[in-house]
Design a protein. Sequence first.
Length: 98
Amino acid sequence: MDGMNVVGDLFGEGKMFLPQVVKSARVMKQAVAYLEPFIEASKEKGSSNGKMVIATVKGDVHDIGKNIVGVVLQCNNYEIVDLGVMVPAEKSSERRVK
């Protein structure tokens, strides 16, 4: 996650551009996918801090921020239900109630 903070800082300073930010986010997502089984194995059974439903709203296909939030929450012992991108508000509300 520290690496993505550096990416954000460089982007904010105009020293990194959107294609590099997207590439960095993809690499982070691949790394997290590799580490996820280890993260899950290290958690104590039944000690979840709660369940979070995340999605990117309909009309927006960009999921970089959603994915970063999901990773941070998982690392802090939250169960994540990721509905994906372009999710209608009704679907998000329905899933939240379940």
